[in-house]
Design a binder for this molecule. Structure first.
Ligand code: HBI
Ligand code: FE
Length: 297
């Protein structure tokens, strides 16, 4: 058996999904907001309060502002229609409910059309720190505030379009790494320090602190080809975080043709999550202590 991982992460594995048969071809379901129980709203509150204390000074300004502007609070699981009403005015995005992980092509099709598929369910009280599939807390608390930002909004749409292309080219694993190390686990260099913009971090109490304060992980300047070559961990904290200088960098990334980069990356060897290269723009060289201790058991 796998050891129970200690972090609140979600397993966004490749070729995911599909143990249930969808009723609709796009896999959406009703949110059925009225059917959440008081216990489910209470789980939301616990997670929300915990992150509310941790994120100021650790999450980027755009995340905090996005959260402030949205109808997201401690008291109840947000209503997707209310979120969509505001989001659509800001950046043209909507939030739709799905049962959990959906197949890659279905996921990309939604993103390409500015629909963010959010897990309808919420984790159980005994799963506060770890779950296998993205739930409403990860998807709404983690992702939706950044969808209020025009650069991220365009970037995630481009990822959906690029995902369909990458599938045809047989390089989806490479593109998925870019999503992972930006949208999910990205850090941003603000004038006042390194800040979180990735949803996988922002929805995790322990990784919120680990990613910006611990001396264990590497923090390396984001570089497209470098990131495409780098494997990632789905069941524990990242060994390396990639840092962008500005959210507009993602916009530029959304506009370039990845095809020549895929070709170069195909020729190059994959890198392990903790590798550091001479050519890297190293911001902090991690001690590796956390993962070394885990490997030692
Ligand atoms: N489905 N609901 C959901 N959320 C995801 O983040 C997701 C998914 N299906 C596939 C997937 N992610 C990844 O495999 C792609 O980003 C590559
Ligand atoms: Fe996610």
């Amino acid at each position: 058996m796998l050891q129970q991982p200690s972090k609140d992460t979600v397993k966004h594995g490749l070729a995911a999904g599909a143990e249930q048969r969808p009723e609709r071809p796009d896999w959406t379901i009703e949110q059925a907001w009225d059917r959440y129980t008081p216990q489910e709203h209470a789980v939301w509150r616990t997670l929300f309060e915990r992150q509310r204390k941790l994120l100021p000074g650790r999450a980027c300004d755009e995340f905090i502002r996005g959260m402030d502007d949205l109808p997201i609070g401690a008291d109840e699981i947000p209503n997707f229609e209310a979120l969509s009403d505001l989001l659509i005015k800001r950046t043209g995005w909507q939030v739709v409910a799905v049962p959990g992980l959906v197949p890659d092509d279905v996921f990309f099709e939604h993103l390409a059309n500015r629909r963010f598929p959010a897990g309808q369910f919420i984790r159980k009280p005994h799963e506060l720190d770890y779950l296998e599939e993205p739930d409403v807390f990860h998807d709404v608390f983690g992702h939706v505030p950044m969808l209020m930002n025009p650069a991220i909004a365009d970037y995630i749409q481009a990822y959906g379009e690029g995902g369909l292309r990458a599938q045809r080219l047989g390089v989806l694993d490479k593109l998925a790494r870019v999503y992972w190390y930006t949208v999910e686990f990205g850090l941003l260099r603000q004038p006042d320090g390194l800040r979180i913009y990735g949803a996988g971090i922002a929805s995790s109490a322990a990784e919120t602190v680990f990613s910006v304060e611990d001396d264990s992980p590497n923090r390396i300047r984001f570089e497209l080809e470098r990131v495409m070559r780098t494997r990632y961990r789905i069941d524990d904290f990242q060994e390396t975080y990639f840092v962008i200088g500005h959210l507009d960098e993602l916009l530029r990334l959304a506009q370039i043709d990845f095809a020549p980069t895929y070709e170069r990356v195909r020729q190059a060897a994959d890198l392990e999550p903790g590798d550091v290269l001479d050519t890297d723009g190293v911001i902090t060289r991690g001690t590796g202590r956390y993962h070394a201790a885990k490997r030692a058991g």
